[in-house]
Design a protein around this ligand. Structure first.
Ligand code: NI
Ligand code: MN
Length: 229
């Protein structure tokens, strides 16, 4: 079964696995690189890495319109239920997972911070693992620095990693190479860059270095672009 991975820009992805549409960190409103509006998004599931506005983004509006189930940590999930009336929520925490119709979703470690747009406590920031029923493993790092425990995530056998390369708020291009060394993904897609001035990066030169210095295949997408795996 083909998996389509569409980059919505920033850390936002739409991943289609069979009949299921999954959104990760759908930040579209006030995102200068977004090519679609929240009203155009269809979703069965929305997975969130942490509470910052550029990740929670439009998730409440999309969930309330589509009835999508949100998967996030306890603090973010509870906030979406109580403050935004989101109906269907799985409130996981780091290391935990949930079985869904397309596979299993787990929240991993990430080194960052996490507060919600109204200042509420957002709990721990997370990365996201998707382990599909067909045996594919996808990792979205969220906002994070590199950390040595990425080795443990890499031991799951990653078909795809989505890694931030923007620097300033997360790891930059240089340390993303170290992250790739620890994670050993087959394919790596860069994210969290070029949305705003402080995170401007040259993705082509990053890709050249990934090609030359790691065993992973870099795939640089334009906003709205799709990778099929
Ligand atoms: Ni953040
Ligand atoms: Mn961010």
């Amino acid at each position: 079964m083909a998996i389509q991975v569409t980059w919505l820009s920033h850390s936002g992805f739409q991943i289609t696995i069979g009949e299921y549409k999954i959104l990760i960190d759908p930040f579209l409103t006030d995102n200068p690189l977004a090519t679609v509006t929240p009203e155009q998004m269809e979703a069965d599931f929305i997975i969130l890495s942490h509470g910052h506005g550029d990740h929670v983004g439009d998730s409440a509006a999309i969930a309330n319109r589509t009835g999508a189930t949100v998967i996030a940590n306890f603090e973010i999930g509870s906030w979406l239920q109580q403050k935004h009336g989101v109906q269907n929520v799985h409130t996981l925490n780091t290391g935990g997972g949930v079985k869904l119709p397309f596979g299993r979703v787990e929240l991993t470690l990430a080194y960052h911070s996490s507060s919600l747009p109204d200042g509420s406590y957002g709990g721990m920031p997370n990365g996201i693992l998707i382990l599909t029923n067909e045996g594919k493993t996808l990792y979205h790092a969220g906002d994070t620095s590199v950390f040595l425990d990425m080795q443990l995530i890499g031991e799951r056998g990653l078909d795809l990693a989505m890694l931030p390369i923007g620097d300033y708020f997360t790891m930059g291009p240089e340390m993303s190479l170290k992250a790739i060394e620890l994670l050993k993904p087959k394919v790596v897609i860069p994210m969290h860059y070029n949305t705003f001035d402080p995170i401007a990066q040259d993705a082509a030169s990053w890709a050249q270095r990934v090609q030359n210095e790691t065993d992973a295949r870099p795939v640089v997408l334009d906003p709205g672009g799709t990778f099929q795996m």
